[in-house]
Structures are given as C-alpha cells and as structure tokens.
Design a protein. Sequence first.
Length: 324
Amino acid sequence: TGGSDVEIRDGEVETRDGVEIEVAANIGTLDDIDLAVERGADGVGLFRTEFLFLDRESPPDEDEQYEAYLQALEAFDGGRIVVRTLDIGGDKPIPYLDLPDEENPFLGERGIRRSLGPDSDLFETQIRALLRAAGSADGANLSVMLPLVASLEELHEAREVIDDISVDLDAVGIEYEMPEFGIMIETPAAVFMADEFAPHVDFFSIGTNDLAQYVMAAERGNERVSDLGDYRQPAVLRAIAQTVEAADGDDCWVGMCGEMAGDPELTELLVGLGLDELSMSAVTVPHVKAAVTETDTAEAEALAARVRSASTKSEVTEILTESQ
Ligand code: PEP
Ligand code: MG
C-alpha cells in the first residue's frame, strides 16, 4: 500500500456500471486531514476523536473541540465528515479520565457506555462543539456517530442528549445545525438489532476491527487468535451481509470504517455486499478508488453470493483469490 505508482483521483468514483461509492479516510489527529485531502478522499468516514484527548493533562474544552471539528469540515469542500463521539476504554485508555480497573476492559465500560455514564459531561461538551461547528462551516456536511452501541436504549438516550443540547442552543441563540445521526455496527447485538435501529438513524458504519473481535470472541491484536479474529471468517461476513440487508428499505446508508474497508482486494466483495461508503487509512484511498472503477456491480453481487455461501475461511480466501 501507499505506492507512488497509483493514480490519485479527486472527486467521487463510480463502478463501471455507474454506481457511486463514497471513498473516505479515517483520521485521528488534525495532521491526518492534509494527508486525506492529498490522497483524494471524498471526506472523512471516521474521525477518531479520542486522539484530541491523548497526550495531555485534561480534556480539550468546547471551543478547542469546535475549532478542530470546523477545521475538518472546512478541509473537505462539502464532503461528508463522520465524527465519532469519544470511544474511550477497552484498548484506548486516557490517564486523566480515571478509568475503572476491569478484568475484561473490552467487555466493560467503553465507548457509548462511558458517554452515557461517567463521561456524560464530556459527551455533552463534545455534542455542543459538534452542533456549533456544523452551524459555522459553509456547506458543512457533518455526521455524528456513536461507538459500540448494543441496545436501542443507548441509541435513544444519546439522541435525547443531542436534542436537549439543540434546545439549549436555541434558547440562548447560539448558531448550530443538526448533523446526520448514525451508529457504528461493531457488536453482535447491533447486528441482530440492526433492523430495529435502522428506522432511527441516518446511517450505519460497520467497524470490522471490533465486530470481528466480538463475533469470533477473539481479541483484536492478539496474535495467538488472529486467524480466528479475521474479517474473512464466514461468521463475520454474514454479520456484514445481515447488517446491509437490515438497513434495506429504510433511509439508512451503510458504510464500513474498519480495516477491512481499506483492502483493495476486498473492494469488489464489499460493493457486491451493498456497502455505500468505505472509509480507511488515507494511504489506501487511491487503491480502493481504483478498485471501485474496475468493479461491475452485477459481477460483484455474484461474487458476494458465492462468498456468502462459503462455510470456511479457506473457502472464502479461495473464492477471493480466483476472482482477482
Ligand atoms: C472498528 O472497531 O472497526 C473501528 C473502526 O473502530 P476502532 O478501530 O477505533 O475501534
Ligand atoms: Mg471499534
């Protein structure tokens, strides 16, 4: 990846038969924005806001966050910017936040669970900063995304916080705009409940790093179980397919922002499974854009059907190799 021989394509790309696929970048720090623009990303599909909170002694305040979100919104002329609310806990500790000492942090208080619990103040500050930034940037196209959602209550509670903050901003006459609202699909519960979630959100974004970990009960980053925790496992692929199908018929687009989305050898499969957007590390954006332009959706759907009927990871790998 990252070879200099690949063509940088600015602007949205389509498959050979004219289906538009959004290809966006994952960013953490503000420095990542420049690289994302340089590599021709259509926008940001995952802004990991934890990075704004790292390497410092206290959380960034509302104004500092507002400036950061504004900078991202202004860097992509009308391109969609998906900002994920704080996803702390699990493998993402922040020293000054005093996280609990848990035996299984990946199954503990992380992501939205903290935002609706001990970090609710931080969550409200972040939402205010986001709504204000959306109101200030010219042609802003902001989406707010919740991490690690597992129940409908979490979705509703978070939505209520956002609505309450908009009422507060109205009351004091501060300019803001309501963003798109969506959730990450990265727990098996979210996959099973996706048809219940879809009517309440504008989009899903599948986080294959955590989804593979939780579907396969194989810790991400643990090499001893990396073969099991692979997104080519049929169970993970079926979870992805089920998510896309659950959103069908609702006004809910489906993207993917886990590492799987950045593998150009899987682009055809992902288009065939019906993903609308793919978001990845900026370096691979041109490779995936190239792969989209070489894809025919009818062929991609046939490939997806074959992959979906595979019963083992080696069968999946074989089908994918044959299709290259
Ligand atoms: C994921 O889980 O796939 C994801 C994109 O989020 P993160 O890697 O930040 O947990
Ligand atoms: Mg995740």
